[in-house]
Design a protein around this ligand. Structure first.
Ligand SMILES: [Cu+2]
Length: 179
């Protein structure tokens, strides 16, 4: 079989690039132990709704007065569908998926995380007062486009949590993204 010289060059060049890309990924995974984002807390995706942190979804305040939001993603809805948070206050989000991969995004904010079944995603951020939309930004199936929820940030003085603090170890409450 006759292969043109330029085609050969391109084949070798693209082969070398593939090797280089693979080497960087292997280096990141093994050398820098880069894994799923946040604090790498695992969870059995089949037991999320009986987990102490996730069996209820909503907002809560821990013993130190810090605000938290617990959110569960499922095809094709966010639990809860309406989130009200205190404005200008750090809020720690705890999130996971009970089925497939979803992408949590509060539109026009820096609140964004990939939710992988089996892992708890966590981050802390705060919001200016206003109404926001929560969407799924990772294609998750036929109902992906309807997977949305509402979020409102209201003055702290008017805000109330929707649930009592879950019975979880304080390590889950510190809100640090140690990664
Ligand atoms: Cu989706």
């Amino acid at each position: 079989m006759k292969i043109d010289r330029y085609e050969k060059i391109w084949m070798w060049a693209s082969g070398a690039m593939l090797c280089a890309f693979f080497a960087t990924m292997a280096g990141a995974a093994i050398g820098s132990s880069i894994g799923p984002p946040s604090h790498v807390q695992t969870i059995d995706p089949q037991k999320v709704l009986s987990d102490p942190l996730f069996h209820q979804q909503g907002t809560w305040v821990d013993r130190g007065g810090r605000v938290h939001a617990t959110i569960v993603a499922t095809a094709f809805a966010w639990l809860p569908a309406q989130l009200t948070l205190p404005a200008a206050t750090p809020v720690t989000f705890h999130m996971t998926s009970i089925d497939v991969l979803h992408g949590f995004e509060i539109v026009r904010t820096n609140a964004q995380a990939t939710l992988i079944p089996g892992y708890v995603s966590q981050f802390t951020t705060q919001f200016a007062p206003g109404d926001y939309m929560i969407v799924c930004n990772e294609y998750c199936g036929v109902g992906h486009h309807i997977m949305a929820a509402k979020m409102a940030a209201i003055p702290r003085s008017q805000w109330r949590p929707t649930m009592a603090a879950p019975d979880v170890p304080p390590a889950h409450e510190n809100g640090h993204d140690s990664h």
